[in-house]
Design a protein around this ligand. Structure first.
Ligand code: FES
Length: 141
């Protein structure tokens, strides 16, 4: 079965929403409610903020459920193929963007492509991945 992918455009940027990837970290609607409001339908208002602000917020999505492409591009934004980007989110996960092959504690191999959030706080119920639980514990490192 095909995964759901929704797109919302403001004429400049296309917000791409993949609900299957969402870990409900809630950065989007807590930090930019003018655009992301889960109480509204549709829940994404691409005209609620500037294109620059929307892109900045999408880059903070820890799961990769939100991504974007510019309206004049045919494919989603591509990063340089050989660079793996790592960002430590204060009080949150370790974000790694790139192609990953992960071996978990049960020797299970998981492949990821795009943005992956790894738990740093120890509270995730889906380790090694972040599930948003850092918001429920005292973790601000
Ligand atoms: S860092 Fe997000 S659940 Fe631990």
């Amino acid at each position: 079965m095909d995964k759901i992918i929704k797109e919302y455009s403001n004429g400049e940027v296309v917000i791409i929403w993949k609900p299957d990837l969402c870990i409900h970290a809630a950065f989007c609607w807590k930090e930019l409610p003018e655009v992301f409001d889960p109480k509204k339908r549709p829940w994404v208002n691409p005209k609620g903020a500037t294109t620059e602000r929307i892109i900045e917020q999408i880059k903070r999505c820890p799961s990769g459920a939100l991504s974007y492409r510019m309206e004049n591009e045919k494919q989603p934004e591509k990063k340089q193929e050989n660079i793996t980007e790592v960002e430590v989110i204060k009080g949150g996960p370790l974000m790694i963007r790139g192609q990953l092959k992960i071996t978990d504690t049960n020797e299970k191999i998981i492949t990821k492509n795009g943005l992956t959030a790894f738990c740093r706080c120890g509270a995730s119920k889906n380790k090694p991945f972040c599930d948003g639980s850092h918001q429920t514990v005292d973790f601000d490192e």
